[in-house]
Design a protein around this ligand. Structure first.
Ligand code: GLP
Length: 240
């Protein structure tokens, strides 16, 4: 793991954007694995700024997203499909037909999981961007998820529901299930970039970097990937 500690969220976002930009400049047909949550928003802002300044084009890239809530309409602003449009896709020159997410409204979620795993097989990520849950989850792979999993349906833990409640009018409105890429799908990415900011991520960062590789901290599996860049601010690095 390459660990880069920067001063704050703003610096983390700039440095994260540089890593993604280099992948796109090197290969304009790159497949980018993208993430939701609040942490990547600053990276997306930098991507948009670079596009607007003519420094990079996303016209021919493709994207696959990590996860989606089950049960929210695509028009619901908290669905991840709508979130991605708001924070990134609507502001760059990407062809939206080249952007892929699990369908959280599929009639049979388990069929949808198999479909999404097939999509990932044909579109392996050149780089996968990840945030980190305060309990060490990556995508929606909660603690105790087997490392061999592919796309699957998850029951969100109470800690994830309460972390994510800030985006909803009330905690009752937070979906309790989601479809997520499995840990295996994440580990199959050629390169992984994980970003985290703030003191509430410090324990998870410690477990991820210095703890045992163990399903209690799903992110600890990243120690076994050969090309991982960790960009964190000083607060998230404070327990290392
Ligand atoms: C959600 C997402 C994860 C994300 C996590 C952390 O659970 N499914 O992909 O990493 O939130 O979110 P935040 O970046 O807002 O702390």
């Amino acid at each position: 793991m390459e660990i880069i500690v920067v001063k704050n969220y703003e610096e983390m976002s700039k440095a994260g954007n540089e890593v993604i930009k280099n992948v796109v400049l090197e290969n304009p047909q790159a497949i980018l694995g993208l993430a939701t949550g609040s942490t990547p928003i600053g990276i997306y802002k930098n991507m948009i700024a670079d596009f607007k300044n003519g420094l990079v084009s996303y016209k021919t890239i493709k994207t696959v997203n990590l996860d989606e809530y089950i049960g929210l309409d695509a028009s619901n602003e908290q669905s991840y499909v709508s979130f991605m449009s708001d924070v990134l896709f609507n502001h760059i020159d990407i062809d939206k037909s080249n952007t892929f997410l699990p369908n959280g409204k599929a009639e049979d979620p388990s069929v949808e999981c198999d479909r999404y795993t097939s999509v990932l097989k044909t579109m392996p990520q050149d780089i996968q961007l990840l945030g980190l849950g305060s309990n060490g989850h990556i995508a929606f792979n909660e603690p105790m998820t087997a490392f061999e999993t592919t796309t699957h349906v998850v029951d969100l833990t109470e800690s994830t529901i309460s972390d994510n409640a800030r985006f909803f009018d009330s905690i009752e409105k937070v979906p309790t299930k989601a479809i997520t890429m499995g840990i295996k799908n994440i580990m199959d990415a050629k390169k992984i970039l994980i970003v985290a900011s703030g003191e509430n991520k410090a324990d998870a960062i410690y477990q991820m970097v210095k703890g045992e590789v163990n399903i209690n901290c799903p992110a600890s599996i990243l120690q076994n990937h050969e090309n991982v860049t960790v960009i964190i601010d000083e607060a998230a690095a404070s327990k290392l």
